[in-house]
Design a protein around this ligand. Structure first.
Ligand SMILES: [Zn+2]
Length: 234
């Protein structure tokens, strides 16, 4: 795990034959050299989604994997290398362990989760947030779509014995998220999707970004918080 000063988390998985870097962070000069000190295996680089705090340093690499639906996210991240497009079900074969790609739209259209069944874990980027998930962003994804992602994640965790979710901003919680967190998210998304926004409170963005709606609100359910645009749920 590599953490940067802006509370963003990258992960390196080293297998017998290859290594995988998950996300590239924002403030991390010479990330390629840092990764090279940690693993000397041939490296694949994947971003969980195309936001600046996850894709900000892709310029240090020749090729970067992402889901093509995230080319709809326009952040102007400099990159002269090659994008390699992923689809749901693709696998990174690291030799002794296989990392499977699962598409989980909501936070962005092409957010992915990476499953590592060898340690009963997955890497989720911002697909389910790090305590709170941001759905107020542009391009807008419906609450129903996010609900379906939560329901699918719950099913995968149950059927494939995934117990730990390593999120994209680990320092906020300092622990892996679990199945109960996903269930709390799913139930909250269902409630909002059904039009129940009675507990919605104004949400103040911690920084300025031009990809947020004007007046985001938040709703909570136990461990879960969803930030969204109450005038644009569907
Ligand atoms: Zn994000």
């Amino acid at each position: 795990m590599i953490e940067t000063a802006d509370m963003t988390t990258m992960y390196i998985i080293e297998g017998a034959k290859r290594s995988l870097l998950i996300d590239t962070g924002t403030k991390c000069e010479a990330l390629d050299e840092i990764v090279g000190k940690i693993t000397d295996k041939p490296l694949d680089v994947v971003i969980t989604h195309n936001h600046i705090d996850h894709a900000g340093n892709i310029r240090y690499f020749d090729e970067v994997y992402m889901h093509p639906q995230d080319s709809l996210v326009r952040m102007g991240i400099p990159f002269s290398g090659k994008y390699k497009w992923l689809k749901d079900g693709d696998v990174f074969d690291l030799g002794d362990r296989q990392i499977e790609v699962v598409l989980m739209p909501g936070h962005t259209p092409g957010s992915i989760v990476l499953l590592d069944k060898s340690i009963n874990a997955c890497y989720s980027g911002d697909a389910f947030g790090s305590g709170q998930v941001w759905l107020q962003l542009i391009p807008h994804i419906s609450m129903k779509t996010y609900y379906e992602s939560c329901a699918r994640m719950e099913k995968i965790m149950n059927e494939q014995n995934i117990t730990k979710i390593y999120c994209g901003h680990y320092p906020y919680l300092k622990r892996a998220l679990d199945l109960n967190y996903i269930i709390d998210m799913k139930n909250l998304a269902q409630k909002i999707s059904n039009g129940d926004t009675t507990d919605a409170k104004p949400y103040y963005m911690p920084f300025k970004t031009d990809i947020s709606c004007d007046k985001p609100v938040s709703s909570t359910n136990k461990q879960a918080m969803i930030v969204y645009d109450s005038e644009n749920i569907n």
